[in-house]
Design a binder for this molecule. Structure first.
Ligand code: SF4
Length: 337
């Protein structure tokens, strides 16, 4: 299937100012590393990690340049991309009025039985692309006027995206980089991304190790995820917005509420409030629908109820998290006047 530019492009007229990125004095983190030559060096080092892969917390330790045997993410030397384009469905602070410049990577390092994008993540629908192609996508998204480059499911392609970013930076890329991951990132990968990523947007999927093992085949998800979020916050801090409410730098956490309390919302919001920052920007998401193999698990085979969502938002507020995404509040107003 050919890579397609997504249908959610709204045909915004592109001005010369939009082509060259933000004009408010903002400079993305990776440009400093690019000028010093460190970004190119990071890309070289990351490429070597592919030969004994520890680029996510699966630690497959396989040479991905030679074989896919034993590679959980099913991705070899080249990244596979499903689609790219301006996305107008992300959080307001990412989509703004010209869209978030999204690149969807195929395959995934997680194995969630309820995956909401299973055709991309489990079936790998997409095409292999070279670093030059990825860099072209980034520069085209900037030319379309997008507010950022939003890398969706990037954990298993850290080496490939660093190589592409070096080329794109040379080509004039100036947009903030959003690392939109499932939150199962290794310390080795995050060290390579230190000073590269402007906005970390990890999921926090679970608060209970047994449930993470049962539904995502990741018994250490909670430990790995909390350590990753801690490191991400150390690198970029709380989310900073422009006067126009556009995200420029910082941490934005997504938490998808699952039926029956499976997502462990209380532990997630407790961790964020008590161990990260009460200023953490959090999107508590209500869009869970049974997908992929969720039907095999009766407890997952339904949408969440209004009461379940209200309880999740209430918990976040009770623990003192103040910066909840607008949509949390709006649903609150609509459903519980
Ligand atoms: S990125 Fe993760 S899942 Fe993929 S080969 Fe490396 S360690 Fe395994």
């Amino acid at each position: 299937m050919p890579i397609h530019r997504e249908a959610f492009y709204f045909g915004v007229k592109v001005s010369p100012a939009m082509r060259s990125g933000p004009k408010n004095g903002f400079e993305p983190a990776y440009l400093t590393l690019h000028r010093s030559g460190e970004l190119a060096e990071r890309a070289r080092v990351a490429d070597r990690h592919l030969e004994n892969c520890d680029l996510c917390a699966r630690y497959c330790r396989v040479n991905r340049k030679q074989t896919l045997a034993g590679v959980v993410c099913r991705t070899g030397e080249l990244a596979v991309v499903n689609s790219w384009g301006p996305h107008h469905g992300e959080e307001d602070c990412l989509r703004g009025w010209r869209g978030s410049g999204t690149i969807f990577f195929s395959w995934c390092n997680l194995r969630c039985v309820f995956c909401q994008n299973w055709e991309i993540s489990w079936k790998g629908r997409g095409e292999e692309v070279a670093a030059t192609d990825l860099a072209d996508f980034m520069l085209n998204l900037q030319a379309m006027g997008c507010h950022n480059i939003n890398l969706v499911s990037p954990s298993h392609v850290v080496a490939q995206l660093l190589a592409a970013l070096e080329i794109a930076a040379r080509g004039g890329l100036r947009l903030p980089l959003v690392y939109n991951s499932g939150g199962y990132d290794s310390p080795e990968a995050l060290a390579l991304l230190d000073g590269v990523v402007d906005i970390y947007m990890p999921d926090m999927k679970y608060g209970d190790a047994d449930l993470a093992k049962k539904y995502s085949h990741t018994p250490d998800y909670v430990r790995v995820n909390q350590a990753a979020v801690r490191e991400m916050h150390r690198q970029v801090g709380d989310l900073q917005l422009t006067a126009d409410n556009i995200a420029q730098r910082g941490l934005l956490v997504r938490h998808l509420v699952l039926p029956g309390g499976i997502a462990g919302t209380e532990e997630v919001v407790r961790f964020l409030a008590e161990e990260i920052s009460r200023e953490t920007y959090v999107n508590i998401m209500d869009q869970y629908r049974p997908s992929y193999r969720a039907g095999e698990y009766p407890e997952l085979d339904r949408a969440i109820t209004d009461v379940e969502y209200r309880e999740a938002v209430n918990l976040a507020r009770e623990y003192g998290l103040r910066r909840l995404d607008r949509r949390c509040s709006e649903r609150w107003l609509v459903r519980w006047p």
